[in-house]
Design a protein around this ligand. Structure first.
Ligand code: PEP
Ligand code: MN
Length: 338
């Protein structure tokens, strides 16, 4: 059960609510975010929730039978909108395209990509500077100096940055230069990192773990939300299965299931999802029809020379054609699913 109380509720009212919850035999904990105050109550006893709902200071109350609570649609029906600097950037009904290199490499690369994105009216650029690579001998990113360069150049083009954070100690140094913190597949169940990201006031894009279930993804999101951050975006990026004809199995089934279970925006990463350049386009277009709220695509001026994920990265001609087709398919989706 979740009880939403007034943000600045008086202590005396809070004590009354606490006492009632205890009488019913439930345990409770508080979740305080920059805009809201929730009391999460866990217990089994049956009771009439009106005895809590009528107390002063209570705004809303719902039983949530799912074991994740705050991210559940049983608690909140209204889709979550992601704002950056007061401006809505990701929301249901307005398809978002995020694109950029797998890794930030140099100024020329970033300048060229930023120009390409601006020409296509894209508002968010992706790019990693802390790269989780399977081999320690491959390019592992330019680190914080690369992020500073990324931030300087993106700002010139009024683009917002999404970049991966790999460990708690990076959060503070990244903070001034990052608009959305990405949690990659390998850290999707790093609960200590998730809790720390719950304490910041910037959005977090949480990718599904490589072998994580949908339920586990929702519980990971609950870790962040219950630590105080409601600005969450979920990302399906493919899971590891026995199939080895492609990099990952892009689980588009997850999209409608997630959209039914949670109020959080759901985006799809077809680049990592299939890992083969020529098939990024059909999988992106398929993802749109599955009902996602956006996609994140890897692009590069010269993909053959990209320092990471070259095999799945689109060049400008390919991405230009894809961006045009995305618009067409989004229109078609709106016509079909009114
Ligand atoms: C990436 O976005 O470049 C990345 C490493 O993603 P994932 O965590 O999905 O592998
Ligand atoms: Mn990549």
């Amino acid at each position: 059960m979740i009880i939403q109380v007034q943000k600045n509720i008086e202590q005396i009212l809070l004590e009354e609510i606490h006492n009632k919850i205890k009488q019913i035999g439930y345990k409770y904990s508080h979740v305080i975010t920059p805009s809201n105050h929730y009391i999460i109550c866990i217990g089994k006893a049956e009771f009439d929730i009106r005895i809590l709902g009528c107390l002063d200071g209570v705004i809303d109350i719902h039983r949530v039978s799912d074991s994740y609570k705050l991210v559940s649609k049983k608690w909140r029906v209204k889709p979550t909108e992601i704002k950056i600097d007061g401006q809505t950037m990701i929301k249901e009904g307005e398809f978002s395209v995020i694109a950029g290199p797998c890794s930030v490499e140099n100024e020329q690369q970033l300048e060229a990509i930023c120009q390409h994105l601006v020409q296509n009216n894209i508002k968010i650029i992706r790019g990693g500077v802390f790269k989780p690579r399977s081999s320690p001998y491959t390019f592992r990113g330019l680190g914080i100096e690369g992020l500073k360069m990324f931030s300087n150049i993106s700002k010139k083009y009024n683009l917002k940055i999404i970049t991966e954070v790999m460990e708690i100690s990076q959060i503070e140094q990244m903070y001034p230069y990052t608009d959305i913190f990405q949690v990659g597949t390998r850290n999707s169940q790093n609960f200590n990192l998730l809790e720390e990201l719950g304490k910041i006031e910037k959005p977090v894009l949480l990718k599904r773990a490589m072998s994580g279930t949908i339920d586990e993804l929702l519980h990971s999101a609950e870790y962040i939300f219950s630590s105080g951050n409601e600005n969450l975006i979920l990302c399906e990026r493919g899971i590891r299965t026995y199939e080895d004809a492609y990099r990952n199995t892009l689980d588009l089934n997850a999209v409608p299931i997630l959209k039914e279970k949670t109020h959080l925006p759901v985006i799809v990463d077809p680049s990592h999802g299939i890992g083969i350049r020529r098939f990024v386009e059909p999988m992106t277009l398929s993802a749109i029809m599955s009902g996602c709220d956006g996609v994140i695509i890897e692009i590069h001026p010269t993909p053959e020379e990209a320092l990471s994920d070259a095999q799945q990265t689109l060049n400008f001609a390919e991405s230009q054609s894809l961006f045009n087709k995305i618009k067409e398919v989004v229109k078609m989706r709106e016509k079909i699913y009114v």
